[in-house]
Design a protein. Structure first.
Length: 292
């Protein structure tokens, strides 16, 4: 092949590579626009009056206003926005604490302690992931109602502190199994028991898994609608997802503008929480494939 032909081939390859790169970035931008459009529409709708939200194809508001945010912050039914907000914070933080404590202890037992029937109990726990939530919701409601716990946060939090969330236990078990057992053996030679091994060795090494579980637990609890709707009757105990429903069909009217404004306000804490801890989420996923 002549030198001129080689140069032409290299130019064609560079052109194809450049076109491929441009096509990839254009496709990525188009996909990003499709994914982010609902969030952008929600943000723009929060600046419109309710009459312009339904049936208006224009994305940009004709007269942007913060009146919807004022209405949302004032609350509804005599309950302020901050009451709904702090109820969601209590449920989300309580879920994070409960899942981090109970799931890590249960995972240590399954991953590091040999006891009769360990594999059977672990399999049964994983099997609960296949059980639909709606199958057990009626028996659970009857139990909590007989105990007088309906209209409290207890039904929404007690399962988190009892390691009832099999997904998080499984996540931490898989993470612990990748940690070298030589660490346990060295600590045991020095006279450490299971409590010392768990608190001094396992917990510091489990930081990525704990943060990953905390992120999922916070977001799932913050966005949970069915649980609070089922167990909470007093508007003063409502979380933000349930409070959003109040703005629809109240006294035969629907304040969609205030609803969109409250949705934007409810989205901000989740977004900030994820941005702060997302590097730990990446680290937790990256270390799942490593072997000690």
């Amino acid at each position: 092949m002549s030198q001129e032909s080689s140069a032409q081939l290299r130019r064609r390859n560079r052109s194809r590579s450049r076109l491929g790169s441009v096509g990839f970035h254009v496709g990525s931008l188009a996909l990003t626009a499709v994914v982010l459009y609902p969030a952008l529409w929600m943000l723009m709708s929060s600046l419109k009056p309710s009459s312009e939200i339904v049936g208006n194809v224009s994305l940009v508001p004709t007269g942007a206003s913060l009146d919807n945010f004022v209405t949302a912050l004032n609350g509804i039914g005599g309950v302020s926005f901050w009451t709904f907000f702090w109820n969601s914070v209590i449920l989300a933080v309580g879920s994070v604490v409960g899942i981090a404590l109970s799931s890590s202890v249960s995972a240590y037992a399954f991953a590091r302690i040999s006891f009769p029937g360990r594999n059977l109990w672990f399999s049964l726990m994983i099997g609960t992931l296949l059980l639909p939530f709606h199958v057990v919701i009626i028996p659970q409601y009857i139990v909590f109602n007989n105990l007088g716990l309906v209209n409290t946060f207890v039904p929404l939090l007690i399962g988190k502190f009892l390691a009832a969330e099999a997904f998080f236990v499984f996540l931490m078990v898989q993470f612990m199994r990748n940690l070298p057992r030589e660490l346990d053996e060295a600590a045991r030679i020095d006279g450490a028991g299971h409590i010392r091994i768990f608190t001094a060795i396992m917990l510091p090494l489990m930081k990525p898994a704990l943060v990953t579980a905390s992120i999922f637990a916070f977001i799932w609890s913050w966005n949970d609608f069915f649980g609070p709707l089922l167990y909470l009757k007093d508007p003063a105990l409502f979380s933000l997802p349930v409070a959003l429903r109040i703005f629809v069909d109240q006294t035969s009217t629907s304040d969609y503008g205030a609803q969109m404004a409250m949705a934007v306000l409810a989205l901000i804490p989740v977004l900030l929480f994820f941005l702060v801890f997302q590097r730990y989420l990446v680290a937790g996923v990256a270390t799942q494939g490593l072997k000690g």
